[in-house]
Each structure stands twice: as structure tokens, then as C-alpha cells.
Design a protein around this ligand. Sequence first.
Ligand code: PLP
Length: 377
Amino acid sequence: MNLFDVYPLNDIEIIKASGSTVWDANGQEYLDLYGGHAVISIGHTHPHYVKRLTDQLNKVGFYSNSVKIPLQVALAEKLGQVSGKPDYQLFLCNSGAEANENALKLASFYNGRKKVIAFKGAFHGRTSLAVSATDNPKIVAPVNQTDNIVFLPHNDVKALEQAFLEFGDQVSAVIIEGIQGVGGIQEASVAFLQKIRALCDTYNAVYIADSVQCGYGRTGLFYSHDFAGVNADVYTMAKGMGNGFPVAGISIAPKFKPWHGMLGTTFGGNHLACAAALAVLEIIEQDNLLQNAEVVGTYLIEELKKIEGINEVRGRGLMIGIDLPADKAYVKKDLLFKQHIFTGEAKPNVIRLLPALSLSKAQADQFLANFKTVLKG
Ligand SMILES: Cc1ncc(COP(=O)(O)O)c(C=O)c1O
């Protein structure tokens, strides 16, 4: 049997990892500023994380949501505390797309409506409704096409107001990333997020904050949307939540009342997933990782802005986009194969930095020096 060939692969096999360092099968060391696509939040193979997962596996790895799982209650309590939203409710699932799918469904159950406002450049995942709300027709299959999604220009307050004037009483939800990741590190403006909040209040629509990539402390606040000083109704999260263990969730405002059968999952909230997620939150708290993401991220952004030959540096904390001119398209590959540094990318020519929140200043300096070398060509 062959693999279904859906990814272009780098010819590298990673066999060992620690913190922000990984090693390949030839013993070559790499600095990991990609974190397997923003997933590694507390650093690879953190000892507390390894121990908590191993201990849990030795007790019970899985049982279904037909029995009490106190680890879920502990996780909800901890997440409420660390995210600063103790009165929200937690539904656990397995991936970012699933989190958004459930959030959109919850919104529709809540207000009985069908229309969803999404934005140009958005990426919300590959399941049915999530992919329909994603601004990339290439990955939307015919069966996922729907008239229920309306795409508006990003950060355009007037267009948003106009849309609500035209069909506000049909809008179930507005879904937006605090910082667009796949879209090239494009921040939603404070004014825009505040306007979304106000219009959702006026029209009884649901404000969904897709925090799958930009959340979990990456920007220095637990949810990057919260820089706008207003609460979303639902926050979706995944990537950093389990530091590589597949776990995702939605944090739901108190006004939503559940009923049995409304949402559901087989694997979501299993013992191992909860142990992983709890370990991550414990480390985030113990090691002050939100503060570290803010300090090291701000340093990186300021230093990058001093470098000549870059179109623009965007982002917040440790979610950084380096927008390069077209003639610097070689930089990402050279960083990987000549300087042994993993980074992410966005089209057409943006280097995305999505490292662990524990990245040190020394590691940031190592990147800056190597990046300058590569940029010179
Ligand atoms: C903002 C955002 N939402 C949703 C998703 C989908 O997450 P997953 O791949 O876990 O389904 C992604 C993945 O890149 C993302 O960046």
C-alpha cells in the first residue's frame, strides 16, 4: 500500500527533539522555529509533559464520554483560569477544523440562522463548513460549496456594517482569526474586532474567535483577539493545546445552554488528551511562557524591522511574518538546508516564525544572525 500523496515533503527525517532543537537521522541538529506548524508550544519532549503522559498511559489511556472523566473537569478549570475566562464552558474535540465546525454549528443551534460571515485570506480548516468558510476555492470540494458563507474584505469596517444592514437578521456567526496565519500573518485590527463584537450584540449573531493558530499564548495574551479588549462568544483552539498530542476545544460563553446530543465526539476529551493539555497549561503557567512569548517575540520583531531588504515584518509575540520581495524566494529553503533552521511559509513569499513559546533570546539571536547571512545571498 502506498501513501496518498498529498504533501510536498522535505527529504528530512526527524528522530529526536528537545525544546526548540530537533535532530535528523544523520545526526544533523536544527533550530525549530516552525514547531511543526505552530503546534509545539512548551517545547519538544518537555520532561513534565513526557512524565504526565507516560504516567497517564500506565493508568488508563482512553475511555469514552459515557463515563465521568475528572481530568476533563480539571482541564476546564485550568483553562478557564489561564485564559482569564473562568465562567466559559469547555467542549473538547480533536483538531482545529473540528473545533471551528462545532463552533459554527453551536452558533446556528443558538440563533436558528444559517449565514456565516468570514473574511478574505481566512483559513479555518478542511471539514465541511470550516472549509467553506476558508478563502481558498481550490480546497473546497463541490459538496462543500454553500451560499451560506459570505466573504468580506479583512479589516474593512464599512463593508461589515453594510453587510449587517443588508442581512443582519440572517447572520448566525462571524468567524475571524486574531491573526491570519495561512493568510500571511495579517492582524485583525482592534477597531475591526470591536465592531464585530458590537454588531454581533446588536443582531444576536455569534462572534467566533478562531484561535487555532494565533491562540494559546503565542502572542503574549492567551487569545490574540483579546488585544481588542472585548470578549468573543466562542474561542476555538487546537495547535498549541496538546504540544503535539491531538487535542482541541471550544471555549463557550455562559449564555449558551447545552442539551444532550447537541455536540458530541468519540475521542474528544480522552484521558491522554486531557493529560497532555493539562501538562501544557501547567508549564505555560510555571515557566511564564506568555511573558516569554511577548518579550522574545517583541525583540525578534524589533530586530527584524532593522534589517534591510525586507518588505514588511508583521505579527505579535511569537507569531511573526517576514514578507520578502520576490527575488528572495530562496530564503526559506536556504534557512533549512544551509543554516539548518525550520521556518514556516505563506504565499506568495512570507516566512512564518511559529516557534515554541519557550524560545530563548539566544536562539532568537542565532536565527537573526543566520537569517542575515542567508538574506545577503
Ligand atoms: C487558523 C486555523 N484554523 C483552523 C485550522 C485547522 O486546524 P487542523 O489542521 O487542526 O484541522 C488551522 C490549521 O492550520 C488554522 O491555522
